[in-house]
Design a binder for this molecule. Structure first.
Ligand code: PMP
Length: 589
């Protein structure tokens, strides 16, 4: 017998926690079985601990057709979860399914309490499968997705109209080469800080996500949930809180490994952030493998975090630091790569995306060329990971470091990804609790990765919430976020370039991400940033931790704006108005 959501809610509300878990099992008992013919490989949901098959039946070939989900599993708890999914989704159209806030159902049922992180990943896999089938249906009948609007290529006015209002979102557009972008209104509503009113009566126009992104409610809720409900140290106690925190902590590691498409969760090391991660690699791997006479290859566009550690290593080891030349528009000059990438190159340390020029570097090609000379490739993913779909296996990078706070997650936590063999040959640089295998008076030995690199108490709450942030990004769709930011970048570049006396640094939109850095003749970037702030537009000024690049460009400081999923064309309009205001104020002097 299939139950409605309200019937399930009613039952849940009357039960205590333990009985709720039993009720999930009972729900599973009551679920009709899927016929054998449907238990095929094709219908299997991937990412589940247990076997799950899921199909959808649609009662028509148009946008009003209603979906019925039929699924089954070899686990009864999962069958219970399927019953909830069926109650939530059945009878809805594809568009309603895509718009439906399934997480609110999971929250209302407090499913966190009843299922393990692995099961939660499986549940997410089932939801993703349903969403995929709904999208496929809309694709087949030619209808737009509700969270997706169509861009009319190159037409700034239509783009602004399309992305400014939620009500436009479901209207079909006649875009021959349209790309899917986000419904920003829906997204913004999930970020409390962006919805708050400033003293001026306006909302903040936040254009500094390159420094730190804002956090969605689900990330804030997760931190709070951990602190309020089951906080304990990780990998210490086996009491109830200890068990729960370990599950959550390791569940976050698994979620992050999925996000990167890493071979396994053991390739994921929690760190305090990109800077520490890169230092760990330069010291822990570099000191062991870079010898006198070797070369370390990097670029002048690097953030200090991916420049100074290698500079120090080169000094310590008697190695040479070399730079890949740049083209005049601020890209790596790949034609000149062979002049600097030699048989002596031990490490190629490169940013995925420049935090000043916005340049997106061709990581896959760089890895292939570095492989040919046997160099190890370290990618600074601080800017690229939050904005560009990435696949560490396909790209074949050796090491990758990034920070949680730029990925809609908390500060104080980051990730160091390493290939298994690289992590194995890398030494820890911090010693203490948890990372050891055995400690004796004469000597000690280390655990295997990732524990080897996680000495002491980790940023537990932040790490767990970073897992939630990566799930949020996956749910929103990194590819969509990327497309959306590209669209904003294109619009903003076109409008900024029309400002008299402006110099916009870096390449065209095809070679960059959502970061735009500029100077306006006769105006100091700090003054400009202060004027923008008066108009509630938050942009950054300074050298952005790229002093070598600023010297190379012959400037001491610049103004930078950077985009994230929650920025809209309205933000660009506000920026342009604020620049006009600043020009009037500052040019008069
Ligand atoms: N690399 C790049 C490209 C960055 O943009 C940043 C942050 N601005 C870092 C490294 C350092 O990140 P964190 O301060 O989080 O360690």
């Amino acid at each position: 017998m299939r139950l409605t959501l309200e019937e399930i809610f009613d039952e849940f509300a009357d039960l205590d926690r333990q009985d709720q878990s039993l009720y999930l099992l009972e729900l599973g008992d009551g679920l009709p079985e899927l016929e054998d013919a449907a238990r095929t490989e094709q219908n299997k949901v991937h990412g589940c601990q247990s076997q799950v098959w899921l199909i959808t039946q649609v009662d028509g070939g148009n946008e009003y057709a209603r979906f019925t989900i039929v699924a089954d599993s070899d686990s009864n708890i999962v069958r219970g979860l399927i019953a909830i999914l069926e109650a939530a989704y059945n009878g809805k159209t594809a568009r309603e399914i895509l718009e439906y806030d399934i997480d609110s159902i999971f929250r209302r049922l407090n499913l966190q309490q009843h299922i393990t992180p692995q099961r939660r990943n499986g549940l997410r896999g089932m939801v993703d499968q349903v969403l995929k089938l709904a999208r496929m249906h809309l694709g087949k009948i030619g209808g737009p997705e509700p969270n997706v609007v169509r861009q009319v290529a190159g037409d700034a006015r239509s783009v602004r109209e399309l992305s400014s209002g939620g009500s436009h979102a479901s209207e079909p557009q006649s875009a021959p080469n349209g790309i899917g972008i986000l419904n920003v209104d829906n997204i913004r509503r999930q970020f409390p800080v962006l919805c708050r009113m400033l003293r001026s009566g306006s909302r903040p126009i936040f254009l500094d996500s390159g420094a730190s992104a804002q956090k969605p409610q689900c990330v804030i809720d997760k931190e709070r949930e951990v602190e309020e409900q089951y906080f304990a140290n990780a990998h210490r106690g086996t009491y109830q809180f200890g068990q729960r925190i370990d599950e959550e902590f390791e569940g976050a590691r698994t979620a992050i490994s999925r996000f990167l498409n890493a071979p396994s969760a053991s390739n994921i090391v929690f760190t305090p952030g990109t800077t520490i991660g890169l230092n760990m690699i330069a010291s822990g791997w570099g000191r062991k493998h870079v010898q006198a006479g070797d070369e370390i290859l990097t670029s002048i566009m690097e953030h200090h975090a991916n420049f100074v550690p290698w500079q120090q290593l080169a000094k310590d080891r008697g190695a040479t630091l070399k730079l890949i030349p740049l083209t005049s528009d601020g890209r790596l000059d790949m034609d000149q790569l062979d002049s600097v990438l030699t048989k002596r190159t031990r490490v190629l340390a490169i940013t995925g995306m420049s935090n000043m020029l916005g340049t997106v570097n061709p990581i896959r090609e760089l890895v292939q060329r570095a492989r040919a000379v046997g160099a190890c490739v370290v990618v600074d993913g601080a800017q690229s990971v939050p904005h560009l779909p990435l696949d560490v296996i396909a790209d074949d990078v050796d090491f990758l470091a990034f920070s949680g706070h730029k990925l809609y997650g908390p500060t104080g936590v980051g990730i160091l990804y390493g290939k298994s063999e690289r992590l194995e040959e890398m030494d820890p640089i911090i010693f203490g609790g948890h990372m050891i295998s055995e400690v004796r008076i004469a000597a000690s030995s280390w655990s295997a990765a990732p524990a080897k690199f996680e000495a002491g108490t980790m940023p537990i709450v932040q790490a767990i919430a970073l897992g939630t942030a990566t799930e949020w990004v996956q749910r929103t769709g990194l590819e969509s976020i990327h497309q959306h930011e590209q669209l904003l970048t294109k619009l903003a570049m076109a409008q900024l370039q029309a400002v008299p006396g402006i110099t916009v640094y870096g390449p065209d939109v095809a070679h960059r991400g959502g970061i735009i850095t500029f100077r306006i003749d006769g105006i100091h970037p700090e003054d400009l940033a202060a004027m923008l702030d008066q108009q509630d537009v938050f942009a950054r000024h300074g050298h952005h931790c790229t002093m070598p690049l600023h010297s190379y460009l012959g400037v001491s400081a610049t103004t930078r704006i950077s985009f994230a999923a929650y920025n809209s064309t309205d933000d660009i309009a506000a920026l342009m108005n604020a620049i006009e205001f600043a020009l009037k104020k500052l040019m008069r002097r």
